[in-house]
Design a binder for this molecule. Sequence first.
Ligand code: PLP
Length: 457
Amino acid sequence: MTPPRNSNAARDIAYALHPYTDHKAHLETGPVVISRGKGVRVYDDQGKEYIESVAGLWCASLGFDNERLVQAAATQMRKLPFYHAFTAKSHEPLIDLSEMLIERAPAKMSKVFFANSGSEANDSAIKMIWYMNNAIGRPEKKKLIARIKGYHGITLAAASLTGLPVNHKLFDLPLPGFHHVSTPHHYHNALPGESEEAFATRLAEELDAKIIAEGPETVAAFWAEPIMGAGGVILPPATYFPKIQAVLKKHDVLMVVDEVICGFWRTGSYWGSQTLGIEPDILVCAKALSASYLPISAVMVNEKVFQGIAEGSSTIGTWGHGFTYSGHPVPAAVAIETLKIYDEMNMGDHVAKVGAYLQAQLRARFADHPLVGEVRGTGMIGAVELVADKATKRNFDPAQKVGIRLTKVGEQNGVILRSMANDSLGFSPPLIITEEEVDEMLNRFGKSLDEIMVTVR
Ligand code: PLP
């Protein structure tokens, strides 16, 4: 249906180039224009209400109307609306937030660097590693290994770490020196009868062989989300990360953990690293760091990495990296308030209770559904994967766009859904969601699933 002339939708079609959008289809179908939010709900410009099953982009952890965050931004705006952190300048929000993050880190960390997005933070971490290895006299140790289906962002280097075809095809990526090993998804990738532990051992052996084939002296770091988010909410098999880390230690390869989705209670622990047993050398976070009210991301590095950077900067005279808005005082003030709210709300207890309810309900309601192959997740993150054939775990032909069509039906039924690879529907609602709201969200999802079934069978 063509939107009325001069409507928001018509002007959007006329002028906006959207991220992650089929632009030709968009010319026909147009946008959903969201104009306000309240709690776990958002409302479009026609007044229609939706429950946000993925907190926007896995990020609006405190929902869409937290007044304390608004006040924190306004107060900081009045006091010091901008200052930078170049050439040893600083300000209190940057200092306070750095201290808070180091205190909360899942492993002993030394320093925090700020950027504005997850992609920038991952690019910054890559540059830190390359700079460090040049500075400490091992310039050949530069290669990076990530995983197929991992998601680390879309800037040139971060997109090269990402292991999804849409981020590589037509972009001439990945760049040289970026490698990918197998997705740790037991449901699809384990051999018949292979236990989670045996599968994890096989994946660790694959990584070991890959590092040896490349030459351990050329491999700098391994990159991983604790739970793969955008790749389909993929939880690694039991014992995966301890086995992977043993391989990394053997070859002196750094462990970089991308906590952009998993950080700040999403997986049931403060960090995904704690849920999955990871001891990072570098930790990247964003999104729920500021509940996404303003853009900010952070890279935490351990003392060894910091010393390498310090060494290089004293030789060259500066660490030639940083963004105008690195540690911007307003997002930093919002992030400080966000972390305080998590502490004061005992967010860990809330997620333990409501996350367990979400997981139980997802399984009870959908595991036996004729279209559902696997229900997976932990804490406040989960996925329901649709299959054409439950017995063989065969997914639908991507050309059928079953997941995307389900999201459209979901919108009609008042729930914003996120469809990923293999028609996996992600669930990552605002952490503040209640059990009643989980019920309402899953009612709307279940209704949509039943409606789509008629059209795919
Ligand atoms: N890393 C992970 C794990 C992510 O999920 C994302 C975004 O979804 C990114 C990095 C990139 O973050 P941004 O979109 O802020 O650049």
